[in-house]
Write a protein that binds this ligand. Sequence first.
Ligand code: PHE
Length: 341
Amino acid sequence: IKEEGLAKIAACESLHDLQELRVLYLGKKGPIQEVMKSMKDLPKEERPAFGQQVNEVKTMFADAIEERKQVLEIKEMEEKIEKEKIDITLDGQKPNLGNLHPLMLIQQEIEDLFIGLGYTVAEGPEVEEDFYNFERANIPKDHPARDMQDTFYINEEELLRTHTTAVQMRQLEYYAKQNCHLPIKVICPGKVYRRDDDDATHSHQFMQCEGLVVAEGITLSDLKGTLEFLAQKMFGESRTIRFRPSYFQFTEPSVEVDVSCHVCGGKGCPVCKGTGWIEILGAGMVHPNVLRMAGYDPEKCSGFAFGVGIERVAMLKYGITDIRNFYTNDLRFLKTFNRFE
Ligand code: PHE
């Protein structure tokens, strides 16, 4: 029994089998117990020596099992480590991260610039009331200026906003309700809609970011300084801007703003069609009627407003020639704006 047991224990290959051997040799039913039972048949004087001998074998088994157990445990651990080993030198699988749309990048860049100047960012509904899109912007019903912005009408009173000037009109009203709180410094980014046929430079839906400042003693030179700051931060410190007279119903005077050409620096080249300038936005001094309609006294305060097309800025900044690239969402195009790759 002794030889056989020890051999079995030594050859045992798993902790599970070892546990079975333990039950067999040290438990209540097994060859050892059988032998113990036969002790009663022995003469009395032989029993102690016999018992001692059996106990010695039992202890040997217990020791052998314990020893084997330790060996098997280590072996099992090693196998586990081997199996779960990670090869950290292998190339990982790159998670497919999305990225912000280029128009959103430009919008955020503009927002950051103006937040730095103490502006707040305001949004408004895309399905807008005629009242805020036109009436409050000094464009009464049946006025020919409405034709300038071919409008998607939903019904008599509602339309898809044609400019985020509508949000500015809401902001004017919002601050008027707070005792004509001044100064107002706000930018309004968002989608706008016009009935244009889509081509390389037109889209029936595009994005604007308009800005509005109203306070005591605001002048055209405040507007110029602000827009120069914008142009230089967006396009480079060496850029300059110029104003050309223009017309908007809600500003007086109104200006068209050009930024100096990045290619020739203002001397004239094919990119700027020889003029040295590239048109980027419309702006002006808030029309007294607009202030009055919102409840402000144009004798006591004045303001400027500007509206920049986000696509236009993105196209100039990134050298994109077809506005449709922004809306067809070809991943090969969008991925080029991924800052994480
Ligand atoms: N709302 C004008 C547009 O859509 C832009 C603009 C905004 C002009 C503010 C002057 C002042 O073209």
